[in-house]
Design a binder for this molecule. Structure first.
Ligand code: SAM
Length: 322
């Protein structure tokens, strides 16, 4: 079956899953978002500029950003002015950070505090590391881990460009970190590698070109290992945010459900704090598998043309883990 209005055929398996995941109304929103031009949102990087100065600077090149109603730090310019924004000196020198508004939400949900020790377990290119550093006023420490060499170097350049001084970067497989430094961090962000279905866009055919059911299975294997490592690395009392930019329940609810079962008695779901109007709750079941009741506290953000699709779960470690 082809989704009416889509310019190029999406993989048939993906379309079939989408029809089962979304209601008719949600599918219409998804379709409009898929066809929309690339949005042009950004956050002011308060490590290098205050908001008034950055907005005034953008004004000098003819940009008049408007604030989104949510998330609070997100600003947008007209999609037709995206190039002007991304090519601006302010963006190139890191005073503003061009980023989907959805990508600003995980740091809001994690809520890192100055002086804390944070683990960013899948960090490149570093958008969320920079955001956390800004929230922490560069006070404390972030361990930023990335396993792909080229992306690791991009992460390092990006952190330097954006004025991040509290991060130590590691070229390493994040799956081993929990065993190497158990129960060390106050908070852990796992922005997991995923099948990226929340970013599919007609203007970027590459975005869906590599999708397959096999890819979902491959990502699920990585996510399982990384998420176990994330819990092990967390101090008792600490907070874990697990997130992806995909819709696939196997990479989302199922990963969190597995964690709750594996660390039963030592890990609890918490509310994300995302306004109800901006999200859908976690799914109760998928493909004949029922998830634990607390999984409904997860949050799904549907792509809407301004925001990319995202999934988030916030958990607290309540005891020691092996
Ligand atoms: N948090 C990043 C940001 O906001 O800019 C985006 C992270 S991206 C969704 C996931 C990253 O995880 C990719 O850069 C990927 O190369 C990396 N990755 C994949 N497998 C990994 C592993 N085993 N250990 C550490 N990083 C991994």
């Amino acid at each position: 079956m082809t989704i009416p209005g889509t310019p190029a055929p999406l993989p048939a398996d993906f379309e079939e899953r989408l029809q089962r995941l979304l209601s008719v109304d949600q599918l219409a929103v998804w379709r409009a978002a898929y066809l929309a031009p690339p949005s042009a949102a950004f956050r002011v990087n308060t490590l290098l500029a205050d908001e008034d100065a950055a907005l005034a600077e953008l004004g000098t090149i003819g940009l008049q950003p408007r604030r989104l109603d949510w998330p609070a730090e997100a600003w947008m310019v007209d999609p037709a002015q995206r190039r002007l924004l991304t090519d601006s000196l302010a963006a190139r020198e890191g005073r503003v950070y061009v980023q989907s508004p959805s990508s600003m939400v995980p740091v809001d949900v994690l809520d890192p505090q100055p002086g804390e020790e944070i683990l960013d377990l899948a960090a490149a290119p570093g958008g969320k590391t920079v955001h956390m550093a800004a929230r922490m006023g560069n006070e404390g420490r972030i361990g930023a881990v990335e396993s792909v060499k080229g992306r690791f170097h991009r992460l390092r350049r990006n952190l330097e460009r954006c004025g991040v001084t509290l991060a130590d970067t590691y070229l390493a497989d994040g799956s081993g970190v929990g065993r190497k430094v158990p129960e060390r961090f106050d908070r852990v962000l796992l922005d997991a590698p995923c099948s990226s279905e929340g970013r599919f866009a007609a203007h970027d055919p590459e975005s869906s070109a590599f999708w397959s059911l096999k890819k979902i299975r491959e990502m699920t294997r990585k996510q399982k290992k990384l998420s176990i490592s994330a819990v092990q690395a967390l101090k008792p009392g600490g907070v874990l945010v697990y997130c992806t930019c995909t819709l696939a329940p196997e990479e989302n609810e199922a990963i969190v459900d597995d964690l709750l079962r594996r660390f039963d008695g030592a890990l609890e779901m918490e509310e994300t704090g995302i306004p109800q109007a901006q999200m859908l709750p976690g799914l109760p079941s998928w493909h004949g598998r029922d998830y634990a009741e607390p999984i409904r506290h997860c949050a799904r953000i549907l792509p809407d043309g301004t925001r990319e699709g995202f999934f988030l779960a916030r958990m607290r470690k309540t005891g020691h883990t092996p």
